[in-house]
Design a protein around this ligand. Structure first.
Ligand code: F6R
Length: 248
């Protein structure tokens, strides 16, 4: 594992953006695995800025995202497709047909999962998978207890997630009850993993993930078994727990 400890969130965003850029420069038609959430917003902003300056070119890049809500199409501002378009894809020269998320509107969700696995395989797998970390150790929508051997699959969202999401919807009935996520197996098959963790509230869980037992109860702990993990975290999240691994 390589660890980059940064001063703060903005610095972490620049370091992570540097690492993704290096991947794109070394392999212009690479497959990037991408994530939504608050953590990568600064990273996407930084990449857009460098694209606008002419320092990075996405025209051959292909992407697959970790997850999508069942039942939401890309025009819904709570869908992950909408997030990716508005935070990243609409601002760079990536070809939209080269950007992939699980299909949230396919009625046959099992088919949507199989189709997504096929897409990932047809691309030759993911070169670099960006991950954020949930407060309970989840990666993608793989919540505590998730089996390590799953590829893309459907998950039932917990009541607490549904309740938390309800503030974004007109009524609780409109809140998605399920999501499609790449499984732990799909994530572990990525050639490289770039995990970004910031903020003091993630300090305990990131420590547990890398220094605790490898267990489905902490899904991210499986990353201890991946042979090419890059962790970018700010001081608030890493403390001195990772100092023996430091590159920066
Ligand atoms: C996002 C995803 C999630 C988030 C995680 C952290 O596509 O799959 O696992 O990475 O919930 O979210 P933030 O970054 O909002 O703390």
């Amino acid at each position: 594992m390589r660890v980059y400890k940064t001063r703060d969130y903005d610095h972490a965003s620049r370091v992570a953006a540097n690492i993704l850029s290096a991947q794109v420069i070394m392999k212009p038609d690479c497959v990037l695995g991408l994530a939504t959430g608050a953590t990568p917003e600064g990273l996407y902003k930084q990449l857009i800025e460098w694209y606008k300056k002419g320092d990075i070119d996405f025209k051959k890049v292909r992407t697959v995202n970790l997850d999508e809500y069942v039942g939401l199409d890309g025009s819904n501002d709570q869908s992950y497709r909408y997030f990716m378009d508005s935070h990243f894809f609409n601002h760079i020269n990536i070809k939209k047909e080269n950007t992939n998320l699980p299909c949230g509107t396919e009625k046959d969700t099992e088919k949507a999962c199989k189709d997504y696995n096929k897409i990932i395989k047809s691309m030759g797998g993911v070169d670099m998978q960006l991950l954020g970390l949930g407060l309970n150790g989840h990666i993608g929508f793989n919540e505590p207890g998730a089996a390590f051997d799953k590829e893309t699959h459907v998950v039932d969202l917990s009541k607490s997630t549904i309740d938390a999401n309800s503030r974004f919807f007109a009524s609780i009935d409109d809140v998605p009850k399920q999501a499609i996520t790449m499984g732990i197996k799909s994530i572990m098959q990525s050639k490289k993993v770039l995990l970004m963790v910031t903020g003091e509230n993630k300090r305990n869980i990131v420590k547990e993930a890398f220094f605790g037992p490898i267990t489905p109860n902490v899904p991210a702990s499986v990353l201890q078994l991946h042979n090419d993990v890059i962790l970018v975290g700010d001081e608030a999240a890493l403390g001195d727990n990772f100092d023996k691994y430091l590159d920066l």
